[in-house]
Design a protein around this ligand. Structure first.
Ligand SMILES: C[S@@+](CC[C@H](N)C(=O)[O-])C[C@H]1O[C@@H](n2cnc3c(N)ncnc32)[C@H](O)[C@@H]1O
Length: 209
């Protein structure tokens, strides 16, 4: 069992500013994907290796995981990958990060912590303030991907995103994955576990209009 981190603790109020993308990526012109709650980063390591035509940033609130991912980065040739430590909810508190959101092509929330108790819902990563920020700063036609095995959390996330008139839900069956940040449908560690245990995966894709 892993230790959950309370994102409302003041230790996580600020998120490190992410340096300008021309300083972190070999080719800053590539489309940029942001993975929120990337844990160990295994998913992003695989994506960045297979899709050299995309840049990837992972944000993770558990500092040790980010430190380990950064150590792994040193042993590999990853010129299209960057990890950032902090609470993604506070992403927009940094003006530099606000600018970065403008360059983002897509964002994924893969199997976020469910925080089952009602009194803990405020710890969930998707909150009104965060969605408002994204709806005001993401460029048109950029995408949000959500995935979870927890039905109640899925409905909660769908409600929060749908409250913004600037996001429209896409039909998954018509979605062209081959043009997305994840053309080979690589699975996250949690997704592999969920599928191995024959649990249901709920997913939606939203486009900024
Ligand atoms: C259940 S794990 C899923 C990890 C991975 N996305 C996957 O699908 O295997 C959720 C991850 O989100 C991280 N997390 C939770 N709240 C966060 C927040 N506010 N900002 C950044 N990361 C967060 C947790 O520390 C954890 O690593």
């Amino acid at each position: 069992m892993r230790q959950h981190v309370n994102p409302l603790s003041k230790n996580f109020f600020a998120i490190d500013p992410i340096p300008p993308i021309n300083e972190i990526f070999e080719n800053p012109k590539l489309p940029l994907h942001l993975d929120i709650g990337c844990a160990s980063g295994d998913f992003l390591f695989e994506l960045s290796l297979k899709n050299k035509n995309w840049n990837y940033i992972g944000i993770e609130i558990r500092e040790k995981l980010v430190q380990n991912a950064n150590l792994k980065m040193k042993n590999r040739e990853c010129k299209n990958l960057f990890f950032s430590f902090g609470n993604a909810n506070n992403f927009f508190e940094q003006s530099k990060n606000k600018i970065l959101i403008d360059s983002v092509t897509s964002i994924s929330f893969n199997f976020p912590d469910p925080w089952f108790k009602k009194k803990h819902h405020k710890r969930r990563v998707i909150q009104n303030k965060f969605i408002n920020f994204l709806s005001n700063s993401m460029k048109k036609r950029s995408l949000i991907f959500i995935k979870t095995d927890v039905k109640e959390l899925f409905e909660y996330m769908e409600n929060k995103i749908s409250e913004s008139i600037k996001f429209k839900k896409l039909a998954i069956k018509d979605f062209r994955y081959n043009e997305s940040f994840n053309p080979n449908k690589i699975q996250t560690n949690r997704e592999k576990y969920v599928l191995m245990n024959q649990l249901k995966v709920y997913e939606s894709i939203y486009i900024k209009i």
